[in-house]
Design a protein around this ligand. Structure first.
Ligand code: NAP
Length: 311
C-alpha cells in the first residue's frame, strides 16, 4: 500500500484547486481520478463567469492549466476507480480497482452527474441520439433537428449552443416558464432557431439502434404526441439537461449525506468524519459553479493541512 499525507478523490475544479493548495503546502498528495480530468466542466464550451478567465476560455483549456499547476507543485496523479474505503482509523484507507492507498486526510471532490429522464428507450439509445453533453455531441447533429429537455441554466445555454449546429432546436420543459437566469432566457427567446414545447415531458424514446421518434406527454391535458424524425434525416437528437445528482453512492455509510445524497460540511469543508473533507458539487451548498468549487477545494486543502499538523 502506498502512503500519502492527503488523498483527493476527483480531479474537477474542486479537486484540482485542493491539489494546488496542498502541493504548495508541501503535503505529499495523491489525486485519484476515475476517467479524465475536469469533471463536468470539460463538457462546457465557453466559460465567462470564472473571474479572470481569458477570452474564449473553454472547460478543457481551463482544466489543462489547472492540472499543470498541480503537477508543478509535485502532486501525484493516478487514474483509477475507488471501490471501497475505511475511514475508521487514523490512517484513511482508499481501495481502488488497481491499488490500495493510505492517507492521513482525504478530500472527497467526486462531483455530480447528469440526471436521466428514466423513460423507456433512454438508456438503450444513449449515444445513439440521446446525449447529456452538447459540446461532445452537437457536431453529430449538423443540420438535423434536436430537442433539449429541461428549463434550467444548463438546458437553455446548451440549446443556444446547439443552434450553431442544428437547423432547429426545441426546448421541452415540464412547466410553462423557464428556471434559467433571465439573461439566458432573453437570448433564447430572441433566437429564431429555438422553439418551445411547454408543459411537456418525454414519456418514451423509440428507435432501432438510433433515435427515430419520441412520445411526449402534455402534463396539463394528458395528450400524447409522437414526434417522428424527418423522413430525409431519419433521426434527431435529444439532449437532456434536467439537473445533476452527486457521485456519492460509493461513500454511503462512510460519511453522512443528506436525503439527496449531497455531503453536508461545515464552513471549513469538514464532514462528520475527522480527517475527511468534501469540496465542490458533491457538497450540500447553494451555488455549484467553478468558482465555488475552487474555493471549496482551497479551504479543504488548508484545513486538511491543519488537521494533519495537529495529528
Ligand atoms: P437545474 O437548475 O436544477 O434545472 C433543472 C431543470 O430540469 C429544471 O428546469 C427542471 O424543471 C427540469 N427537470 C428536473 N427534473 C426533471 C424531470 N424529471 N423531467 C423533466 N424536467 C426536469 O439544473 P441545471 O440547469 O443543470 O443547473 C444546475 C446548476 O448549475 C444550477 O445551479 C445552475 O445555475 C448551474 N449552471 C449555471 C450555468 C451558468 O451560470 N452559466 C450554466 C449551467 C448550469 P423545473 O424548472 O420545473 O424544476
Amino acid at each position: 500500500m502506498k502512503h500519502y499525507d492527503l488523498i483527493i478523490i476527483g480531479a474537477g475544479p474542486a479537486g484540482l484547486a485542493a491539489g494546488l493548495y496542498a502541493g504548495r503546502s508541501r503535503l505529499n498528495t495523491l489525486m485519484i481520478e476515475k476517467q479524465k480530468y475536469g469533471g463536468q466542466i470539460v463538457i462546457t464550451d465557453e466559460i465567462e463567469n470564472y473571474p479572470g478567465c481569458i477570452e474564449g476560455e473553454t472547460g478543457p483549456t481551463l482544466i489543462e492549466r489547472m492540472v499543470k499547476q498541480t503537477e508543478k507543485f509535485g502532486v501525484d496523479h493516478v487514474f483509477d476507480t475507488v471501490t471501497d474505503m475505511d475511514f475508521s482509523g487514523e490512517e484513511k484507507i482508499i481501495r481502488c480497482l488497481h491499488e490500495e492507498y493510505g492517507a492521513k486526510a482525504v478530500i472527497i471532490a467526486a462531483g455530480a452527474n447528469p440526471v436521466t429522464i428514466g423513460c423507456p428507450g433512454e438508456k438503450e439509445l444513449t449515444g445513439k441520439g440521446v446525449s447529456y453533453c452538447a459540446t461532445c455531441d452537437a457536431a453529430f447533429f449538423e443540420d438535423f433537428e434536436v430537442y433539449v429537455v429541461g428549463g434550467g441554466d444548463a438546458a437553455v445555454e446548451e440549446a443556444l449552443y446547439l443552434t450553431k449546429f442544428a437547423r432547429k432546436v426545441t426546448i421541452i420543459h415540464r412547466r410553462n416558464e423557464l428556471r434559467a437566469a433571465k439573461s439566458i432566457q432573453e437570448k433564447a427567446f430572441a433566437n429564431p432557431s429555438i422553439d418551445f414545447m411547454w408543459d411537456s415531458v418525454v414519456e418514451e424514446i423509440r428507435g432501432d439502434g438510433i433515435v427515430e421518434s419520441m412520445v411526449v406527454r402534455n402534463v396539463k391535458t394528458g395528450e400524447l404526441t409522437e414526434i417522428e424524425a424527418d423522413e430525409d434525416d431519419g433521426t434527431f437528437g435529444i439532449f437532456v439537461f434536467i439537473g445533476f445528482k452527486p457521485s456519492t453512492e460509493i461513500f454511503r455509510g462512510h460519511v453522512d449525506m443528506d436525503e439527496k445524497g449531497y455531503i453536508p460540511t461545515d464552513e471549513d469543508m469538514r464532514t462528520n468524519v475527522p480527517g475527511v473533507f468534501a469540496a465542490g458539487d458533491i457538497r450540500r451548498k447553494s451555488l455549484r459553479q467553478v468558482v465555488t468549487a475552487c474555493a471549496d477545494g482551497a479551504i479543504a486543502a488548508v484545513q486538511a493541512g491543519k488537521y494533519i499538523e495537529e495529528m
